[in-house]
Design a protein. Structure first.
Length: 39
């Protein structure tokens, strides 16, 4: 599992259900961008 997927999973399990707010989406996209740059 990729780091961002783990983070999202932790986030979802922490709140017991998926909560995707605009800010989370933005952070998720940023993290995806950063992780894709690292690869």
């Amino acid at each position: 599992m990729k780091l961002i997927e783990m983070k999202l999973f932790e986030y979802q399990t922490h709140f017991k259900h998926p909560v995707i707010t605009p800010k989370v989406k933005l952070d998720y996209r940023k993290s995806l961008f950063v992780s894709s740059k690292d690869e």
